[in-house]
Design a protein around this ligand. Structure first.
Ligand code: ADP
Ligand code: MG
Length: 250
């Protein structure tokens, strides 16, 4: 049986002001697929992911979510650099905050939710960390906390922006095991990554982006040398002041 697309992207262009960061992307993420998004710095990877989450509106084209409620069913992990850790909040509160909708409906954190948070922390190797302040954690420990929060959310679609950048090897291996477990549970997973070896080993599908889509499909085909050459050539030609879309200007 051919899997159904869960997120379809049609002719998507996203701009900051008038400056396009992602041009004319087309394709779909199938239900249950495990996809890596790769490309050079400034390629528009985070922009594309934010558009999928709904944090950025398309300037052109559209994104369709089939059979999923974008607010309820998508769990999103931003790049660590975008998260403020100086806020005096505990590990436990950070994890349960992932269920803010549930907390709102129940008017507070129930003992059941707390128990699930403690279980999630133990699943990511942070037993007994519930009362620690997030500012006191290492980068790897904090990423484990954010994965515990994803566990609690139980969303069918999970988006991860550079989940393993600046994270130690042991933590990366542990969190990758969680990603594989989610894949085994037929969740749809999209992750922005830089390590091509890791992508080749763990991610069946890859989307290669350099502001425009270079290739999207099975990882071995997408990461072929010819495509990587195109990616390098395109990124060398970027004009950061361009306000028009290069494809339309051609
Ligand atoms: P990547 O994640 O692939 O490194 P981004 O999506 O973060 O790339 O950025 C793509 C382009 O958009 C870059 O040129 C970047 O400078 C620009 N950009 C990203 N965020 C903003 C923003 N909030 N305002 C203006 N330009 C931005
Ligand atoms: Mg980025």
């Amino acid at each position: 049986m051919i899997p159904a697309p869960v997120i379809s992207i049609e002719n998507l262009t996203v701009t900051y002001g008038r400056r396009p960061a992602v041009h004319h992307v087309e394709g779909c993420f199938d239900s249950g697929s495990l996809t890596a998004i790769v490309g050079p710095n400034g390629a528009g990877k985070s922009t594309l992911m934010k558009a999928v989450v709904g944090l950025l509106a398309p300037a052109e084209g559209c994104i369709r979510w089939d059979g999923i409620d974008r607010l309820r069913d998508i769990a999103y992990l931003p790049q660590q650099a975008e998260i403020d850790r100086s806020f005096p909040i505990t590990v436990g509160d950070t994890v349960v905050a992932g269920c803010w909708r549930e907390i709102g409906v129940l008017r507070g954190v129930t003992p059941v939710l707390w128990r699930r948070a403690i279980e999630a922390l133990s699943a990511v190797g942070l037993e007994g960390f519930g009362r620690r302040l997030i500012g006191s954690l290492s980068a790897g420990q904090f990423q484990r906390v954010l994965f515990a929060r994803l566990l609690l959310q139980e969303a069918p679609v999970i988006l991860l922006d550079e989940p393993f950048t600046a994270i130690d090897g042991r933590t990366t291996a542990d969190l990758l095991a969680l990603v594989r477990r989610w894949h085994g549970e037929s969740k749809t997973i999209i992750a922005i990554l830089h390590d091509f070896d890791l992508v080749r080993e763990y991610f069946p599908m890859t989307l290669l982006l350099a502001r425009e889509l270079i290739a999207w499909g099975p990882t071995r085909e997408v990461l072929a040398p010819a495509n990587l050459l195109v990616m390098r050539r395109m990124s060398e030609q970027w004009d950061d002041d361009a306000v028009t879309c290069s494809r339309r200007a051609a």
